[in-house]
Design a protein around this ligand. Structure first.
Ligand SMILES: [Zn+2]
Length: 90
């Protein structure tokens, strides 16, 4: 599962696999569900579990990208994330 962040497509740089996944490490590694499991019916899954266990529905991502996505403010989040990288602060 190593690779580029599937949300920002690597625009924020490589994922920091060696850091803990917490808000202090916005570029740390998390597993992102491409299609939100909570909307499993919309995507044709038989159950929420089927969505959560579909490897094709999982991708590596930055902690910050995943957090912004799950807050459903992706557009605004990417601007914030770019700011984080630019001035190195959360
Ligand atoms: Zn990212």
């Amino acid at each position: 599962m190593e690779g580029t962040c599937g949300i920002c497509k690597g625009r924020l740089g490589p994922i920091h696999y060696d850091e803990p996944s917490d808000p202090q490490h916005p570029l740390s590694f998390v597993i992102d569900e491409i299609k939100p499991v909570s909307r499993w019916r919309e995507f044709g899954y038989e159950s929420p579990r089927a969505a959560a266990e579909d490897w094709n529905n999982l991708q590596p991502a930055h902690y910050c990208c995943n957090a912004f996505k799950s807050n459903q403010i992706a557009g605004k989040g990417q601007v914030l994330a770019q700011k984080i990288v630019k001035d190195g602060t959360w």
